[in-house]
Design a protein around this ligand. Sequence first.
Ligand code: XIL
Length: 382
Amino acid sequence: MSRRRLLYMGVSGFAGALAVAVAKDRLLIYPSQAVYNLKKDFKVVGQSSLKKRAAAKGLIYGAAFGRDFLASDKKLQASTVRECGILVPENELKWDALRPTPDKFDFTRSDWLAAFARTHKMLFRGHTLVWYQQLPQWFKEVVNRQNAEKFLVEHITTVTKRYAGRMHSWDVVNEAIEPDDGQQAGLRQSPWLQFLGADYIELAYRVAAQADPKAMLVYNENALEYSGYKEEVKRTAVLKLLERLKSRGTPIHALGIQSHLVAQEGALNAKKLRSFLSDVASLGLKILITELDVSDQKLPSNPAVRDRIVAGIYEDYLSVVLDEKAVIAVLNWGLSDRHTWLSTFTPRSDGAPVRPLPLDSSFKPKLAWNAIARAFDQAPKR
Ligand code: XIL
């Protein structure tokens, strides 16, 4: 690369990544080698909300919310009602939130979110019944090989029955595949696998279907989006799992692709992603984008530059996935940068607030909002 091409961008404070201008309007980010077009026009036609743009294509748009943030912030409530057609509790339906003791359930906070969704005519979705994380403190001492099935069945039955007929969809099992763990069929080493063996997955779907025959039952998974070797192996293992469940007549209806994208890292390979989506669709499954956000942890500090790069990633990703008609819903993991798990999960080393979501911290739409709106406007109708 010539010295002129290595012209250092006039953006201060690089947090881990090296950004180099390769042309007047193009920024190259190391180590991902991704080139971002900084002059891209994210023009949007009309004023309508993401919810309406999605609905015009037969799609559902929404986001995850924590009860405390939503209950205490009228502005967040107004943005939520305007933009979202579906709401998912960020933590309130997880084991550690619902199960203060082995024999008690506390639905206060999840009920609040369900009521908010209902009042504002939004769909409600559940996350998640079976996961290896966010288990209560007592779980380790109490649950074992002998009683694990009883706990699993009782939990799924009680929780799904509570919202039966009112749930659009349930992430029944979350993140069950981790090929790096070296278990059979790429399964993750989790307490459920350890206590019940591989059949815990099928059992979970059967119990959920019995308790709420109306809800769409989803298998939700992370790290499926990028083209790297690890992701390729994971996609293959997930497809095999879905094939097996379908071939055994398990009541499973959709795959949830979390879509926690990372600006400086993974490369998207549209061809590989499309073929994965079409393989899933050909099993007769729908697809939901369940937890979309774009980490800007390692991007240059200039917020305007970050916002452009993040928006470009949103539009590139959504334009690929929305081409697949089995994709029926897109949810962000949070709506505004004011409340995002990434501020603690992947904070920036320069201390600047992260900007991964469609609205800024004062609830103003950012370029990421435009990018999502454009992707919906360009998507084929379902
Ligand atoms: C995250 C929440 O956003 C955080 O508030 C919590 O501390 C940890 O969990 N994949 C998932 C979600 O399936 O449940 C996670 O949510 C984010 C990653």
